[in-house]
Design a protein around this ligand. Structure first.
Ligand code: URA
Length: 245
């Protein structure tokens, strides 16, 4: 563990958020190697013994992998400059510091992963690993065959053609449809832009699968731990090329 500021160390140890940890320090409740510390800039390493209210604390070294069913109206960030609700607000009862693995837009719901394992996050989010992600998209307009074919073969967004996608029409009504779209790129607002490009207005977007993991019936706004088998599966899918490279 590299040298880090005391408030970060306390946050990683799950004692409190970084901001709340600052308060705990200034209140004189923290000691480093037996000496009370109230300076916010103090640096510590793994070799130091850090205590809060006399009890030793250590950053969690156990790897954590979490799936959240993100609702609309939350930003995928650890803290938002505009003070909007963040996905971290939904993980209040996870007592280890974890970070979002990838992102979903403010208005997108569904499967969002979190971890404190940097290698895992790197593998899952790196574009070269081409991990499949499936979205259910509620659109207005008729699901015409040529629009679906265009989405499948690739459309130009932000000046560059999208990679081939798998698209099925899950439900087709008169003025609306639900499409299931599987992509392995992760470009900014990609699914919305793809749909808009072929003339659909997107009314709702939900991620239901990522790298072989399913959102299943996880209730909206709730989280759960991934099983060991799920962690293995998504890592295997991130390292397999699936014929796509
Ligand atoms: N595509 C989008 O347009 N938005 C998301 O949140 C994810 C994929």
């Amino acid at each position: 563990m590299e040298e880090m500021r005391l408030q970060k160390y306390l946050a990683l140890a799950g004692v409190a958020s970084r901001r709340a940890a600052e308060q705990i320090i200034t209140e004189g409740r923290v000691s480093v190697n037996g000496t009370k510390v109230t300076e916010l800039g103090t640096k510590v390493t793994e070799a130091d013994e850090v205590c809060v209210d006399g009890a030793p604390v250590k950053p969690e070294s156990k790897k954590m992998y979490i799936m959240l069913n993100k609702p609309v109206g939350y930003v995928t960030t650890v803290s938002d400059e505009q003070d909007r609700p963040t996905v971290m607000d939904l993980l209040g009862d996870v007592n280890v510091r974890v970070y979002p693995v990838g992102r979903l837009d403010f208005n997108t719901e569904g499967l969002l992963l979190f971890s404190n394992d940097g290698d895992f996050t790197y593998k899952i989010t790196h574009p070269k690993h081409k991990l499949d992600k499936t979205y259910e998209v509620l659109v207005t307009g008729k699901a015409k065959a040529n629009a679906i074919r265009l989405l499948e073969s690739g459309v130009v967004i932000d000046g560059r053609k999208t990679a081939p996608a798998k698209v099925t029409v899950a439900e087709a009504g008169k003025g609306s449809a639900i499409l299931t779209i599987t992509i392995h790129e992760g470009r900014n607002r990609q699914v919305r832009k793809m749909c808009q490009t072929v003339g659909f207005k997107v009314l709702g977007l939900r991620r239901t699968f990522e790298g072989g993991l399913s959102l299943g019936n996880l209730p909206m706004g709730k989280w759960r731990h991934l099983s060991e088998a799920e962690v293995k599966l998504i890592l295997k899918n991130a390292s397999a090329d699936g014929g796509k490279k």
